[in-house]
Design a protein around this ligand. Structure first.
Ligand SMILES: NC(=O)c1ccc[n+]([C@@H]2O[C@H](COP(=O)([O-])OP(=O)(O)OC[C@H]3O[C@@H](n4cnc5c(N)ncnc54)[C@H](OP(=O)(O)O)[C@@H]3O)[C@@H](O)[C@H]2O)c1
Length: 284
């Protein structure tokens, strides 16, 4: 049975991956950010919860040292890096500090994981799966910070894979489309909070876009965390793993169109996904 470490394990896709791995009989290290989240898992002698804040280098180092002590020489088979943040906001209106937070948590957080993972997975066919998004390939309005952070992870993954070629290590990207988790609820709440505190000038420029985004994300349908976890598990267990796994029909379609179509056509399609939603009355 496999030894798997999952980051962002407190909620959503990461939590589902942990549950499924335990049910399969694997041994799991669940990395969570908050101490109280260690209680979110069923008791098991095949589970170890470690505290890891991926936005903090020393926290990541401490967590991996603890993992090494616990495994005491046993190889990790795989690491699935799920931890990330996502808050919508127009580029013109979003403070640089918000971009900083996304890039530090999502991109530099992934870099911290990649650096810790390579020496621990190399040489025995270990697999690192970095969960990005369809937004690691395409770009969408109000998702500038998130998209930039995920695009950069895609590049880090390609670079690290090429640098470690031939060392019996797999670095794989998983690109889900929409998955119904707290992330969507959080995006809707953030969009609503922005709408509520916009100045009249900001509202005249971006109010409609934010309200359409709020409507879109509030009503979004997508795959379940279980379906997403099953897609990620293909990256973990396929005998000859691909470099990228597009999970969900929306991810496959958007990534393919983004590759195929000229920019202006993509602008139109992305606009349609927001503009053809019915607009609620003022103030909604
Ligand atoms: N949901 C989607 O539609 C979707 C689509 C494509 C890709 N993805 C990607 O899939 C992954 C999982 O997303 P999800 O939908 O499961 O999100 P989620 O339900 O919001 O869970 C995110 C997880 O990341 C953790 N996290 C956030 N900041 C962290 C930090 N600094 N250190 C450690 N952990 C941190 C959270 O812990 P706390 O509870 O402590 O904040 C939480 O456990 C993410 O990489 C996301 O970008 C999601």
């Amino acid at each position: 049975m496999a030894y798997i470490l999952v980051t962002g394990a407190a909620r959503g896709i990461g939590h589902t991956l942990v549950e499924r791995a335990l049910a399969r009989g694997d041994t799991v290290i669940a990395a969570v950010r908050k101490p109280e989240d260690s209680k979110r898992f069923p008791p098991s002698d095949r589970l170890r919860v470690v505290l890891m804040d991926v936005s903090d280098s020393s926290s990541v180092e401490r967590a991996f040292e603890e993992v090494d002590r616990w495994l005491s020489g046993i190889h990790l088979d795989s690491i699935v890096h799920c931890a990330a943040i996502s808050a919508p906001g127009a580029i013109e209106l979003t403070p640089v500090s918000e971009f900083d937070a996304h890039l530090n948590t999502n991109t530099i957080g992934s870099l911290r994981i990649i650096q810790a993972a390579i020496p621990r997975l190399r040489g025995h066919g270990g697999r690192l799966v970095l969960v990005t998004s369809l937004w690691g390939q395409a770009s969408g309005a109000l998702l500038g910070a998130y998209c930039a952070s995920k695009h950069a992870i895609e590049s880090l993954a390609d670079t690290a894979r090429r640098e470690t070629a031939g060392t019996n290590l797999h670095i794989i990207v998983a690109e889900p489309g929409v998955v119904v988790t707290d992330m969507l609820t959080g995006q809707a709440q953030t969009a609503k909070a922005h709408i509520d505190k916009m100045s009249d000038h900001e509202r005249s420029l971006y109010g409609t876009l934010y309200r359409r985004y709020f409507k879109l994300v509030s009503n979004a349908s997508g795959i379940t965390p279980e379906q997403c976890a099953a897609g990620i598990e293909r990256a973990l267990f396929d005998p000859r793993p691909a470099t990228r796994y597009r999970i969900g029909k929306d991810s496959r379609i958007v990534c393919m169109l983004n590759w195929l179509l000229p920019d202006r056509w993509m602008d139109g399609l992305m606009g349609l996904s927001l503009n053809n939603k019915p607009l609620p009355a003022d103030g909604a």
